[in-house]
Structure formats: structure tokens, C-alpha cells
Design a protein around this ligand. Sequence first.
Ligand SMILES: Cc1cc2nc3c(=O)[nH]c(=O)nc-3n(C[C@H](O)[C@H](O)[C@H](O)COP(=O)(O)OP(=O)(O)OC[C@H]3O[C@@H](n4cnc5c(N)ncnc54)[C@H](O)[C@@H]3O)c2cc1C
Length: 510
Amino acid sequence: MGYAEHDIRLPAASGDAELRALVAKKTGLRDFAFTILKKSLDARRKGDIAWLFRVGVSSPELPSGEAPATPDLEPERRAREERVIVVGTGPAGIFAADYLARAGFAVTVLERGGRVEDRAEAIAAFEAGGTFGASDNYAFGEGGAGTFSDGKLSSRSKGIGFEREYVFRRFIEAGAPDEIRYMTHPHLGSDRLFRMTGTLRRSLEERDVAFRFGEPMTDLVVRGGRVAALRTPAGELEAERFILATGHSAFETFRMLIARGVPFRPKNFAVGFRAEHAQEAINRAQWGVPRIPGVKAAEYRLAAQAGDGTGVYSFCMCPGGTVVPASAYEGCSVVNGKSDYARAGRFANAAVVAGLSLPALLGREIGAPEALDWLEALERSYFAFAGGWVAPAMTIRDFLAGRSGSRLPDATSYPLGLVPADLAELLPGALVAPLREGLAEFSRKLRGYDEGLILGLESKTSASVQALRDPETFAAGFPNLHLVGEGSGWSGGIVSSAADGLKAARAIAL
Ligand SMILES: Cc1cc2nc3c(=O)[nH]c(=O)nc-3n(C[C@H](O)[C@H](O)[C@H](O)COP(=O)(O)OP(=O)(O)OC[C@H]3O[C@@H](n4cnc5c(N)ncnc54)[C@H](O)[C@@H]3O)c2cc1C
């Protein structure tokens, strides 16, 4: 049996049969099997949009070659003395728990919110005009921040190839499509993520992981320089190791940790707004046509550098998606985006943010508590302006022209309504000019971009603080306290947070 890899270009509307026929034609083989290694959309020429494949072909007719081995991170299972408590069921926490349970540890998982089914109900009720769920919202609850999202699985993090393989294998076992292995921009969508979250939990329960929902960690109990237990409303929970995977939205958890001596520093982050456009306008700008059979919806990723050096970029684009009220707290206003797997909605949205160094903005050194206070005050100011959950919004054209009082379109995907606002007044002053320059540049790069709408506030593209942690053990402040994911400020996104949790678990299991 021999093996060889080939690149193949196929018209966008082609299916599996056409791909197989082209592999046969290109290789001249009759008896062969192939796997797709990579698949990406080639949209460089507007009239000739096609899929590019890299395929691995195995055949007895090939004289040599061997398919590359798949990296294997599966842990060695053996009897373990230590009990581990994992706090948080986002990707960082759940993959740490998964690995440790497979390695033989007794694992308990603590989650402030409810099971994903209850969380989905709480969000639906809130969006239908009901009350805000303090523990079950777009930031908190089973599955973590990215459960109701576009579920993009691309990551720019370096050195996580093995972890990525492990995470994708588990995702596929939990119901993700096989294509996530090879698509250059893989994504799951909210609908699939919702189902997969419950499946992943049940697979961990089968490995004797104990889940405690609706139970927030409220304090650390420190004895003799180690964490002896976590405090929750139900009492103290003892263990030998603690993995905190609480995400980057839990202000009071950060403050509690800092008060207990866990070291954090401010970190550069980004704020701005979410831009919304008709998806068809983005399709036309990217492809020259409103639709291409066989392709979902056009994406974009834009970046510009303002005259003062500030980086302005689009982030977390949700093709065919909706803008969502993503605040973790009542009285704070934050927007984000989600899409279903089909990405078939009328609108496209993406964060448009400017990079930010708080010490530079404020003109002095600050500590982590002040960074948290500054961000919370900004989120509160948007809510106070709107007088509730309606989102402050304006047209991109008005923002570019420095005009206020936009006439807002009737149609938007944001479920809780819009209120006209001059976002230049609500944003930190130093970011207004860079964001204007950035949007002007985006409008030159993508035709019709200035016909969109912008909604505020987008403040959660990454954490505003970062734990000072040991690079080998991921421990911060105490030898048995491991901080992972965006609650540590060391990851960004679903896959890199999952990889971070896995790395910490591997360090513990070694
Ligand atoms: C709407 C939205 C869309 C997104 N879209 C994408 C995307 O498409 N692709 C992508 O890569 N990333 C996306 N992200 C970012 C991504 O979700 C995060 O990077 C990722 O979830 C971080 O994982 P984590 O496990 O570190 O933390 P989180 O996912 O934030 O999980 C933290 C968990 O800890 C729990 N918790 C917090 N405090 C406590 C406490 N004191 N006690 C007990 N439990 C606690 C929370 O309830 C939560 O379940 C999106 C985020 C949002 C909000």
C-alpha cells in the first residue's frame, strides 16, 4: 500500500462524487481510498469561485509513501491519589475534566449556572422580554461563553497542534461534523454546540465526573500556603488540586482571587462595537453575486492601522447570524454574535474593535483591580445610557461623518431593540479617531461596508487581566491552584481555551 497527497480544485457547487472522479482522473488510479486533509474556499477571482482540496490518497497501485500518523494525547489511566475540582464548564474546564477523568483522577466540576438545556430556556425567556438570568446567560452556564456562538474553531495560537487534535476528536464523538478536521475555517454553530454540550457532559458522567450545577465558587480556603478547599453556598469542598476555568467575564471571581493573593496584572485588550450588515451585501462584496450554490455565506476579516498606531480589526465574524445581548451582569451592556450551523440568517455581524493599553490610555501604571473596575464602569455606562437592554446604535456612515441621531433601520437581528446613540460619545475618546479610520479603510476594502450599522458595546474579545502563572504547571499564587482559559488571560477563543485546559491537565497528570 502506498500513499501520496494531491491538490484539487473543484467548482463550488460540486459534491463528493465529483471529488472522487477528479481524484481518480488526477492520479490515474483505479483502486484507491482518500481522505480530505484540507478544504478551503478560493474566492480570489470573483467569476471563478471554487473549493481547494488537499487529499491524501492510499492505494496498492502506489509504489511507496505512508499516511502521516495522527498525534495521540490520550492519557495513561492509572490509580490516582489526588482529587481535582474544576470550576467552570466552558471549553477550558470541560477539557481539563475530560483528560483528568480519563487519566484516573476523581474529578468534581463546579458550575455557577445550570445545565445547558435550562440555560437555553433562560436565554430564550430573557430575549422574549423576561428577566435577565443572573447565572444563566450568554456568558454563564453550562458550556461557557461560546456555547451560543458561531462556534468558530479556528485559532491563531501556536504550539497547540496535539491539543487541537484531541479536542476535535472529542467534538466529533459528541456530534460535530467530520469536516472540522479539514476545513480551514471550521465552525459548529449554536444549534450543534448546544446539543454537543449535553453529550459531552453525559460522556464525562459516564467516567464518574461529578457535576454540581448552580453552585458558584465564592471563596478560596487557604491553609499553610496551599488551597485546602473552595467555598460555595453549599459549604466547603476539599481537594488536592483546583483548576479554575471561570472565563473572562466573572468580575467578582477575579476580585475574590486577587483579594486572596492570586497574582494578576492588567492586560492589553480591545473595545469597540459590533457591525451588522445584510448578509447578501457581504456576499456581493466578496463574491460579486448574492449566493453561490454549495457555499454557505461569505465571511470577512478586516484589519487597519490608524495614524496613531492603534490596531483596528474585525473579530469573531458571524455570517448569517444574530447580534446577542452577551452581558454577564444585570446593569452592564455588552453585545456579541452567534450563528447556527447553516449560517442562513439575513444578517452578517462582526466585532470591530480597537486595541487598548489601559496604562497608556490613563497615562499611569494601574493594577488588575483598576482594569476590572474600568471595564465594568464602561459596560455599565452603555446600560445607563440605554436605560435597559436596548442596544445603543448608529449607522456607520453617521459615525464616519461625525453625525449623531442616526435614523436606524427597522430590521436588525438584535432581539431587544436599538436606541439611537452617538457611539463617539460613549466610547473612550482616544479610540474614536482610530475606529473612524479603521471603518473608513474597511469601507474601501469591502464595497458597501459603510452601509452597515454599529451597536455597542463590544468589550469581550479577550480578557482585561492576566494571571501570573508558572509556565510549566499553570499554577498561580499557590502550587495546587491552576488557572486556565480566558479566566487566566492566557488563551483566546474556544479551541485555544480548550487547549489551555488540556495542557494544565496534562501537567497535573504527568
Ligand atoms: C456570544 C459569544 C460568541 C463567541 N464566539 C466564539 C467563536 O465563534 N469562536 C471562538 O473561538 N470563541 C468564541 N467566543 C469566545 C469563547 O467563547 C471563549 O474564548 C471561551 O468560551 C473561553 O473558554 P473558558 O472555558 O476559558 O471560559 P468560559 O467559556 O467563559 O467558561 C467559564 C465558565 O465558568 C463559569 N463560572 C464563572 N465563574 C464561576 C464561579 N465563580 N463558580 C462557578 N462557575 C463559574 C461560567 O458560568 C462559565 O460556564 C465567543 C464568546 C461569546 C460570549
